[in-house]
Ligand binder design. Structure first.
Ligand code: EPU
Length: 451
């Protein structure tokens, strides 16, 4: 069977996207399946005790390709069809090692620890590194896994894990912060363990609920209690069925930002309202045009928008991932807005990158918090508050993508600029499906130049 990916081939470090001032974006595009659900489902599937599973609406993105490379290393057979159905067969996992030099290191691999340990009693995983948005520690993951009965040796590059005698055993564990990845890791590992697990202070993102649903359907008993507490009792045999990936809420909001920043009008086909009620409310209050239909959501500019102060938060608050494209909307609004990032300690670095091409009204980054805000980054010295005085004018120059969502923000800036060369595109394709053809279909002046 064929593996299908619409990711441009032969990208080099010299490849760039040339993005120039464009007319307001106008038209219709379709949103892909959620990166942050499909990847977790693919990790959880490894806990399967055999048989075939189907993932529908799996997006053609780099992060899925990375996990398929992990699958190949573990001996998992799959077929990825043009209708975005991914068929996976878990008959014979043949390796516990996700750690050799050729393995693609992704933050998802640590979520595969529980399933690999369930099958082999040991696992070797590349240590996920920090990245440009913050330190991205894995201490909650490691503490939780140790509590389940896993011995872990770290040598800087790899995590070498071994299950203690008696196997993985259910735990009671309070997460120090409602981390998305650590919540998912604890749920997946609990599904591989004997006995009951109770995790408190959990994250509750829609993608986590999606993960819970497929585990429930595979026979795991899961109760989402009040106060962010989740109770998990596994079953002897895990047989996953088919699952449909929810639309990517961050992609929906990325296109909403592109529409509003360029004063355009975009219909995002298949967009769900359910997972984005908070940002929708904020956009509506600012004066954005929003039309919610049964088959998607239209975002359009209907007149001057109001400056706004936004604080990124855990779900159901305003998502940190949306903060980056949204800052480009704020950049075009007359007056002063602020973006207060409270999830990652260094997520605003892309605004500094953009300052190198700003002709008027540079972004101002500060390390203080708004008065009386109970921010966990208070007095830590992190530059996590941006003052944005619009309209910002973008000139021309070269900028580098630092992380996925910042990549989309740079593209929006390019659409308002005298011409931006945007580099390190693999980070963009890691999470957006066909961004260039979607942009072109909306009237954007973008061109991929392969260096
Ligand atoms: N944290 C720790 N220790 C840990 C785990 C997390 O200190 O062991 C801290 C982090 O450093 C951060 C905070 O907790 O300050 C929240 O991190 P979280 O674990 O929630 O983030 P994540 O699971 O690594 C996922 C998404 C991110 C998204 C965040 C927040 C995936 C693959 N990534 O990251 O998405 O921003 O949750 O919602 O699901 C993206 O899609 O590009 C992306 C970065």
């Amino acid at each position: 069977m064929k593996t299908i990916f619409n990711i441009p081939k032969n990208l080099t470090p010299d490849s760039y996207l040339l993005v120039k001032k464009s007319r307001p974006l106008f038209g219709e595009i379709s949103v892909g399946g959620a990166k942050n659900m499909v990847t977790k489902v693919m990790a959880a599937f490894l806990a399967s005790d055999g048989g075939e599973c189907l993932i529908r609406n799996a997006p053609f993105i780099g992060e899925v390709a990375n996990i398929l490379a992990n699958y190949e290393q573990l001996g998992v057979k799959y077929s990825f069809f043009p209708d975005r159905t991914l068929k996976v067969n878990f008959k014979n996992l043949k390796d516990f090692n996700l750690g050799d030099e050729n393995t693609i290191g992704s933050r998802i691999s640590i979520l595969m620890a529980g399933p690999i340990l369930k099958h082999f009693g040991q696992a070797v995983i590349k240590t996920p590194g920090g990245c440009k948005i913050g330190k991205r520690k894995i201490d909650f993951h490691l503490q939780g896994l140790k509590n389940f009965g896993v011995e872990i040796k770290e040598d800087g590059k790899f995590l070498r894990m071994k299950v203690k005698k008696g196997g993985l055993k259910g735990i009671k564990f309070k997460l120090p912060f409602p981390s998305v990845g650590a919540t998912e890791n604890m749920i997946i590992t609990a599904a591989c363990a004997k006995g009951e697990t109770v995790i408190s202070n959990c994250a509750m993102e829609p993608e986590i609920m999606g993960l819970i649903k497929i585990l429930q359907r595979a026979g795991v008993s899961i109760i989402v209690n009040s106060d962010r507490e989740i109770t998990i009792n596994s079953s002897e045999n895990l047989n996953f069925k088919d699952v449909t990936i929810i639309p990517d809420r961050v992609e929906i909001l990325s296109w909403a930002s592109a529409a509003l920043a360029t004063k355009g009008d975009i219909f995002v086909k298949n967009a769900y309202q359910d997972h984005i009620v908070t940002p929708l409310g904020i956009l509506e209050k600012m004066g954005a045009g929003i039309e919610i239909n049964h088959d998607g959501i239209r975002f359009y500019y209907k007149g001057e928008l109001k400056p706004t102060n936004v604080r990124t938060e855990i779900y159901p608050g305003f998502a940190t991932d949306f903060g980056q494209p949204f800052a480009m909307v704020l950049s075009q609004i007359k007056g002063k807005s602020t973006m207060h990032e409270t999830i990652f300690d260094n997520r605003l670095g892309y605004l500094e990158t953009l300052n190198s091409v700003v002709k008027k009204n540079k972004f101002v980054l500060k390390n203080n918090c708004p008065v009386n805000d109970p921010c966990r980054f208070k007095n830590k010295g992190y530059r996590h508050l941006a003052e944005i005085t619009g309209p910002v004018e973008f000139g021309k120059g070269e900028v580098e993508i630092q992380d996925l969502r910042a990549g989309f923000a740079l593209i929006i800036a390019g659409l308002l600029s005298d011409g931006l060369k945007i580099k390190y595109l693999d980070l963009l394709f890691r999470g957006y499906e066909n961004p260039i053809s979607k942009l072109k279909s909306l009237g954007a002046d973008v061109e991929l130049v392969n260096g």
